[in-house]
Design a protein around this ligand. Structure first.
Ligand SMILES: *Cc1c(COP(=O)(O)O)cnc(C)c1O
Length: 237
């Protein structure tokens, strides 16, 4: 037998990581009495090359997530021939909006008025109606992104004023040091608040490698999973 090539080894790693995560999603849905078809698994490909994105597509993945425009823009370009949905999940600076609107299908991290304005202008300039989520900070800690829950309704109305944006729901990251099942508990009500201004908003983006079960239990529709599929990243990205 020939020795396995590096590509074959990598493909096998990705295949087994993805199978394990899909299994976790199915079990979490069974425990929560939910249908796995309600869940979109976004594989977070940040720090990994476009060859991994291609491998994922071969394994049936259609949704990928990135958190830095500098990495995401060239990767999306290299993968233009693939039928993918790109999720922008990182903190977004207003000066990156013009780039992000060229490839992102859903921006998860809208968290302030200045970003709403910049994103709306950039989307209008390329004739798009851009889907977006409002990121909510569940602990109010500064620096990790996310609007305070008290500002959510106002931001939702602001997004609604722009024809180039379409508000689809809410995104959150579990705060450090709080059990995720507890931290995610307010999410259904927060989505409910958005639905008061935007009745068809139906996306709840929560849950990563470490806490996807808690997110499924609290109604997440979109999971953002990186390391459990692709391996642990080098720190500080
Ligand atoms: C990196 C990242 C993820 C994925 O995290 P993992 O722990 O690797 O699953 C999810 N959401 C956001 C916002 C991220 O930046």
């Amino acid at each position: 037998m020939l020795p396995a090539t590096p590509d074959a080894v990598r493909l096998e790693q990705i295949r087994s990581g993805l199978a394990a995560v899909r299994g976790r999603v199915v079990s979490a849905c069974a425990s929560a009495g939910r249908d796995p078809d309600e869940i979109t698994l976004i594989v977070v490909t940040k720090t990994y090359p476009s060859s991994d994105v291609r491998a994922l597509v071969g394994l049936g993945v259609r949704d990928v997530g990135e958190n830095r425009d500098q990495d995401a823009a060239p990767k999306a370009r290299e993968c233009r021939d693939l039928d993918l949905r790109w999720h922008f999940i990182g903190q977004l600076q207003t000066n990156k909006c013009r780039s992000v609107v060229t490839y992102a299908d859903l921006v998860h991290s809208v968290d302030r008025l200045s970003l709403v304005t910049a994103l709306a202008k950039a989307a209008a300039a390329v004739d798009r109606r851009l889907d977006c989520l409002i990121q909510v900070s569940l602990d109010g800690a500064p620096g990790r992104g996310g609007a305070l829950p008290k500002d959510l309704a106002g931001l939702a109305r602001a997004v609604g004023e722009h024809p180039s944006l379409r508000l689809r729901g809410v995104m959150a990251v579990a705060p450090l040091g709080v059990p995720p099942l507890e931290a995610f508990a307010p999410l259904p009500d927060l989505l409910g608040e958005v639905r008061e201004t935007c009745p068809d908003a139906d996306v709840l983006s929560a849950g990563m490698s470490a806490d996807l079960e808690a997110a499924v239990a609290r109604g997440a529709t979109h999971l953002r999973v990186g390391s459990a599929v692709l391996g642990s990243r080098p720190p500080l990205r």
